[in-house]
Ligand binder design. Sequence first.
Ligand code: URA
Length: 196
Amino acid sequence: MEESYRQLKLEVEKCRKCDLWRESKHHILGEGPLNSKIMLVGLGPGYHENIEGRPFVGAAGKLLNNLLTLAGLERGEVYITNVIKCYLPDNKAADEQVKTCGQYLDRQIDLLKPKVVIALGSVATKYLFEKHGLQYTSMDKLHGRILKVESLTCNRFIVAMYHPASALYNPSMKEVLEKDWKKLGEALLKILTESF
Ligand code: URA
């Protein structure tokens, strides 16, 4: 698995499948232990991420770190990635970019086989719901929901969460996010000890 991951990383670093590479200092595959049971999926690297070459290191990253703590998790124990691997200057990805770059995320999930995939925000939630045959409605309806996906080829939980950055634009969201993450922490205690 490590070798296939290394290969995937090299492929992503050389990717020219859309124009986003032109503004990107780094193509960021992800960060964290490859054997983590938990994968977090955001939208795409912003300004600070593009400078540092790491996901979620800017203002949204600081909020995410706090939310992880509320859920009883340490950042170093989860694997963090994004749907889009290149710098997204205005935080908006075209459908075609999501479709194209999403293929890398599919391969990451196949390789790392996380038990729980936490989608951060609507783009990641929509993408992961569609991939897993779940019906996406809206973040207002889905946030905090933990859905179990069971099939011959896949046994995992998909979690829909508001993007941490939503609390940057709308401070009243902070409370909602904090509540969701506390609840998620409690659910994770059960999920991660369950054998399946
Ligand atoms: N927002 C994201 O969705 N991803 C990052 O890596 C940083 C901010």
